[in-house]
Ligand binder design. Structure first.
Ligand SMILES: NC(=O)c1ccc[n+]([C@@H]2O[C@H](COP(=O)([O-])OP(=O)(O)OC[C@H]3O[C@@H](n4cnc5c(N)ncnc54)[C@H](O)[C@@H]3O)[C@@H](O)[C@H]2O)c1
Length: 323
């Protein structure tokens, strides 16, 4: 195969980033896009010369495709992945995998059964500053991990409701749980607490999770959405004699800070991690690269960890993350 026919389901913010990246790849033809908001689908379709459809199920049922990008909100996961698996179609899917753990587990089981090629949008993994940070922290060396996501409440309608987004920990801070796994290894136990919103139907306004890693390291990751701006998003890992800190100011602005007794080093990158993850998935599908960095089964581990943190906060019990 030297060219890929691709469909994109969901034509909101992140789909716009993927469409921009995909339409810049000469090996890719975006043939169809789908969104229940008709004008949004039509604008996106016109931009890349594709057909506009009213929903993802129709796209998956009717289009001749080599791969599909699923860029829908958390509440819409499950049926789209099932339709892709049924026809043996490789898919890229945005995080979080689902609103709950069972839906994601079932998709993972079926993906594995079909040996389907998949990729998930944990884009921090595609940053050179993250790879540099990982190289500075050999397995077993981290002692303490502290992370925070201090931000505004995202402006999309589905976000503040639990049945829309799953809440900040599952939808947003999941990137930091993923980074914690990359830099400090697997987590074996999570305790947590949250500050509920005044309106019962809304997701928590603040949460904190206390993590115990398999290596013996300990950590905490906190989240809040009550600011009118993004204040701080990042993770600090402390090992003997050094602090390694990775932060995100925006999707295209990341920084690595390394502090030792000899002073401080700062590395910045403004490379586009969304384009990098799309490039990698396309290369794997075309047989030019061997593996995807974050296939579905790997993302499920992060999703299970974020889910454990969310559950521990809601139930007030310690939870062992399990895929
Ligand atoms: N990797 C990242 O850093 C990153 C950044 C932003 C968003 N995201 C993720 O991407 C997902 C979408 O976020 P967004 O900001 O693009 O939201 P958005 O609201 O801007 O766009 C989502 C679009 O999906 C459409 N949609 C809903 N159900 C659908 C269905 N069944 N079929 C087709 N289209 C459907 C909506 O109408 C909307 O246009 C979320 O899960 C979010 O967490 C990831």
């Amino acid at each position: 195969m030297s060219r890929l026919r691709v469909g994109v389901v969901g034509t909101g913010f992140i789909a716009g980033r993927h469409l921009a990246a995909l339409s810049g790849l000469p090996e890719v033809e975006v043939v169809a896009v789908a969104d229940p908001v008709r004008e949004r689908a039509e604008v996106a379709a016109a931009r890349v010369g594709a057909r506009a459809l009213p929903d993802g199920a129709a796209l998956l049922a009717g289009e001749e495709l080599d791969a599909v990008w699923l860029c829908v909100p958390p509440f819409a996961h499950g049926p789209l992945e099932a339709a892709a698996v049924d026809r043996g179609l490789p898919f890229f899917v945005e995080k979080p995998l689902a609103l709950d753990l069972d839906t994601a587990r079932e998709v993972a089981r079926r993906v594995e059964e079909r040996s389907l090629t998949t990729a998930v949008g944990y884009h921090w993994r595609h940053l050179d500053v993250v790879q540099r940070a990982a190289a500075l922290l050999p397995p077993g060396t981290p002692r303490l991990v502290t992370g925070c996501w201090q931000d505004k409440t995202p402006g999309v309608a589905w976000w503040p409701r639990r049945e829309g987004s799953g809440g900040q920990v599952l939808e947003q801070t999941t990137h930091l749980f993923d980074l914690a796994r990359v830099l400090a290894g697997e987590v074996v136990s999570v305790a947590a607490a949250e500050r509920p919103a005044a309106d019962e139907g809304e997701v928590a306004t603040a949460a904190v999770a206390v993590l115990t890693f398999a290596s013996g390291a300990v950590g905490s990751i906190s989240s809040t959405r009550v600011l009118g701006w993004r204040n701080a998003v990042g993770l600090q890992v402390v090992a003997d004699g050094q602090v390694v800190e990775v932060g995100e100011r925006s999707l295209d602005d990341h920084e690595l800070r390394v502090v030792t007794a000899d002073g401080e080093e700062v590395h910045r990158t403004d490379a586009d991690p969304i384009a990098a993850e799309d490039r990698e998935f396309v290369d794997v599908l075309l047989g030019r690269a061997e593996r995807v960095r974050v296939p579905y089964a790997e993302a499920l581990r992060t999703h299970a960890l974020a889910w454990a943190a969310d559950r521990a906060a809601r139930e007030g019990t310690a939870v062992r993350p399990a895929c």
